[in-house]
Write a new protein. Structure first.
Length: 59
């Protein structure tokens, strides 16, 4: 029974899937953060153009 327990790799597979899921999740979170930052910058630039606080040539 102990030898069978040592040969069982189903727990290792579950750990590998969990690690892959964590890596993919971190990638998605990083991409969402970067996208949010880019959108924020563009919204600020558009607001400055609407307010007239930037040169018209850059709008």
């Amino acid at each position: 029974m102990f030898k069978a327990f040592l040969r069982d790799e189903s727990g290792a597979s579950a750990a590998e899937y969990a690690l892959i899921l964590a890596i993919v999740g971190a990638g998605i979170a990083g991409a969402a953060f970067a996208l949010g930052t880019a959108i924020d910058g563009e919204m600020e630039a558009a607001a400055d153009c609407i307010d007239g606080t930037t040169a018209a040539a850059s709008c």
